[in-house]
Design a protein around this ligand. Structure first.
Ligand SMILES: Cc1ncc(COP(=O)(O)O)c(C=O)c1O
Length: 415
């Protein structure tokens, strides 16, 4: 009988990759489909497989590596921290924790807002925290029964049961019923539906400023401004899930700051969440809140063994410091505009959306999954498909126009 490893070798895999594929197929829950490529090294916007083949990375770990792979300063900070101490628990202070929270506060407009942060390990966990905050604020402000969270169809907030309940996409939710209750869904960018969804039971409106997973759908500035006014009028919280949009990707530190006509800091939410790129790939996430949302959770109401731990905080501190120093938001705005312009010239691209370096392209005449697979195997370019119709590009924020030209040439070459 042919083993998977032998099959892998006949498919052209090197031995290390074939071995990894065999173990993956036998011992890993198959929730990601079959995987046949393994990267063993990265540098900047480039990835290398075990055989040394170079790839151009337009995914960056799904929006995770703002400074590219193996950034020397972040690597040094991780090495130093790993050699000192990895875990002490949240019963104790940690060297970089307060500094990272201060950096988030500074990036979100500074001390005038009174931002406070709770650290966890993933975007879903950060959103769990935001929803716990919302439920407590709702009850504190309006009494028992004020616990409904309004969410948008096509949202993605995570895969824990509660964040799945907030993820208004039937194909993701239906296998896991019954889900936690207390959510009301409305269509994105529909002001009238949002108005109609509000009531005395609503403690929060929660949304991604750009819906990432479902196809890179940008919420209009008008809609975001309206959501802010509506939340204020009803005494509800406005929660922005900036897990994918946040931390320089959309051309400002946070996507809410790109909204025009709402003051210099944009449409400021009561609570926002970030994760992904905050610590360059070391698991780390943050729920950041102001006003009564910043103080409503009391000791014992929220916690995490690993959240805010020394390693993640050292990596986040180094990542945020360097991202600001290099002006990655400005680079994302500049290169992102060029990327969108260039994508629009690809013959099978019908629509280009996004802000900064969070970009989606609707295509026609081919399946986006086939395009991604062709890009990877024939052109050694890593990209992503949200679904069969939409290509998504989430590169590291250090890329330049030369990398965009390389990507676009590959896209033109796709059969
Ligand atoms: C907008 C948004 N929220 C939440 C999540 C969940 O993050 P995580 O996978 O770190 O739990 C994601 C992940 O893609 C996301 O894009």
């Amino acid at each position: 009988m042919t083993t998977t490893i032998e099959k892998g070798l006949t498919m052209g895999m090197d031995e290390a990759t074939a071995r990894a594929a065999e173990l993956d197929a036998r011992y890993i829950m198959q929730t990601y489909g079959t995987r046949t490529t393994m990267f063993t090294r990265g540098e900047g916007a480039r990835l290398y497989d075990a055989a040394g083949t170079e790839y151009l990375d337009f995914l960056s770990g799904i929006a995770v590596c703002p400074l590219g792979h193996a950034d020397p300063d972040v690597t040094a900070a991780i090495r130093e921290q790993a050699g000192k101490i990895l875990q002490t628990s949240n019963y104790f202070l940690a060297e970089h924790r307060g500094q990272v929270a201060k950096r988030l506060s500074d990036l979100a407009g500074g001390d005038a807002y009174g931002w406070r942060t709770f650290f966890s390990n993933s975007g879903a966990e950060a959103n769990e925290c935001a929803m716990k905050v919302a439920r407590r604020v709702g009850v504190a402000r309006h009494g028992e029964g004020c616990q409904t969270i309004v969410v948008l169809r096509g949202s993605f907030h995570g895969r824990t049961m509660e964040t799945l309940a907030a993820t208004s996409q039937d194909w993701l939710q239906s296998p896991f019923q019954p889900l936690p209750q207390g959510f009301r869904s409305v269509d994105r960018n529909d002001v009238a539906q949002l108005d109609a969804a509000m009531g005395p039971d609503v403690c929060a409106i929660m949304m991604e400023p750009i819906q990432g997973e479902s196809g890179v759908w940008v919420l209009s500035d008008e809609y975001l401004r309206h959501a802010r006014e509506l939340a204020d009028r009803h005494g509800a919280l406005l929660i922005f899930d900036e897990v994918q949009t946040g931390l320089f990707r959309c051309g400002r530190p946070f996507a809410f700051q790109t909204v025009e006509g709402a003051g210099p800091n944009g449409v400021v939410p009561d609570v926002f969440t970030v994760a992904k790129g905050i610590a360059s790939g070391v698991p780390c996430a943050a729920c950041v809140a102001r006003g009564d949302a910043a103080t409503v959770l009391t000791p014992g109401q929220q916690g995490s063994t690993f959240g805010g731990g020394p390693l993640a905080m050292a990596a986040a501190d180094a990542t945020l410091e360097k991202a600001v120093r290099l002006g990655l938001d400005a680079n994302a705005a500049r290169v992102g505009a060029y990327l969108r312009d260039q994508l629009a010239t690809v013959p099978y691209v019908t629509d280009v959306r996004g802000k900064g370096l969070m970009v989606g392209a609707s295509i026609t005449g081919r399946d986006a999954h086939d395009v991604v697979s062709d890009l990877l195997t024939r052109f050694h370019v890593v990209a992503n498909a949200c679904n069969g119709e939409v290509l998504r590009f989430l590169p590291s924020l250090i890329i330049g126009t030369a990398e965009v030209d390389e990507l676009v040439a590959a896209l033109r070459g796709v059969a």
